[in-house]
Design a protein around this ligand. Structure first.
Ligand code: WQD
Length: 340
């Protein structure tokens, strides 16, 4: 079965292409490479043993989308393509609303026009903001977004819900990701942030590789056991497999017109300091870090209640944080080899 993967050359998208192939699907990547590298395609070929099917185009373009959906006989879509830098989104709100929401609207209109019903949407735990009660369930109230990026995820979910409620044959799932980390164990693909990494794990691995002088831990006076923020770090392959499980759930669902949301995390909260110490154990080397001021916009703690995805999707994360950090470190060393 042919599945369109928009943003399929990105970090989560590329790992999902691997998981789809392993599950017997035929993924078709649509990616404009605005935030991903062509080298990912070589990594995918190394893992999958065949060249990935790729259209290097933008999914905002209706004609392009219509042509690909028809020519490739697409029966389902996984929509990753979006800008995702929280800080940048505050400087460029119109680019973020146009790209993230404009693309989603064009995708939905084209799916309806072409009679494609199944869609998995990449959402984020960022919709929960600073939750009052932990762990967060899918019923936990969505808080007013603290960034334009977060707002595009919230509005995106509302667009999906309203479109399905209007009555049609669309069957859609929004997956609310927690913090994806790690890399494929082959080290053929992984996270490739451009410039200075905003996210914690690539900053840790680049510091350990000597690319960064030291890691700054943003805030150590939070009301948590060790004073640092708590997150739910999930191996990117577990996250990729959750997309396959959600797609298979939709394909089995014999009702048209369906929309729901699922948390995709491990259910475990881990602090920044715990992650740093675990990385030192896994890498066998001390990490150069210092304690710094809080980063604005950070929430103290957020981690998932994962019962609903276990019960309904039959999916649970099965890889440990240790394994994710080991895979991330192996990937960082592999990149260092390539760029020598
Ligand atoms: C994790 C923790 C930082 C870097 C973001 C997006 C979210 C999603 C995942 C897209 C925080 C601390 C980080 C550093 C640090 N992205 N940190 N020093 O902010 O939880 O979530 O990425 O969907 O939408 O908001 O992830 O990795 O940036 O930070 O101390 O150099 O690590 O303060 O507590 P975050 P993160």
């Amino acid at each position: 079965m042919n599945i369109l993967v928009t943003g399929g050359a990105g970090f989560i998208g590329s790992h999902t292409v691997v998981a789809l192939t392993e599950a017997g699907f035929r993924p078709v990547i649509l990616d404009d490479f605005s935030n991903s590298e062509q080298g990912v395609l070589d990594g995918l070929e190394q893992i999958m043993g065949s060249k990935p099917i790729i259209y290097a185009e933008n999914c905002h373009n209706r004609e392009t989308l219509r042509r690909i959906i028809r020519e490739e006989k697409i029966e389902g879509v996984i929509h990753f393509a979006a800008f995702k830098a929280v800080g940048e989104s505050m400087q460029k709100p119109l680019e973020y609303y146009d790209n993230n929401l404009g693309s989603l609207i064009v995708l939905l209109q084209t799916m309806l026009e072409c009679g494609v019903s199944n869609l998995i949407f990449s959402s984020s735990c960022t919709v929960y903001g600073e939750p009052d009660i932990l762990p967060v369930t899918e019923e936990t109230p969505v808080q007013p977004a603290s960034s334009v990026y977060g707002n595009t995820k919230q509005i995106g979910e509302e667009i999906l819900c309203d479109t399905v409620a209007a009555g049609n044959t669309l069957k859609i799932i929004s997956l609310r990701y927690f913090n994806p980390i790690g890399a494929h164990p082959s080290a053929a693909i992984g996270e490739l942030p451009r410039g200075v990494p905003g996210n914690l794990i690539p900053f840790i691995t680049q510091t350990a590789a000597g690319q960064r002088a030291s890691l700054t831990i943003f805030g150590h006076d939070y009301p948590t056991p060790d004073g640092t923020c708590i997150r739910d770090y999930i191996h990117v392959l577990d996250l990729a497999e959750a997309h396959v499980a959600a797609l298979q759930f939709l394909l089995k669902k014999d009702i048209d017109n369906y929309y729901d949301v699922f948390n995709i995390g491990t259910g475990e909260g881990v602090s920044v300091m715990q992650l740093v110490k675990t990385f030192e154990q896994v890498s066998g080397q001390a990490l150069n870090y210092k304690l710094g001021p809080r980063r604005s916009g950070d929430v103290t703690a957020v981690y998932a209640d994962v019962q609903k995805s276990a019960e309904q999707l039959g999916w649970k994360a099965k890889r440990s944080v240790q394994q994710a950090l080991a895979d991330a470190w192996r990937w960082q060393q592999a990149i260092a080899q390539k760029t020598r």
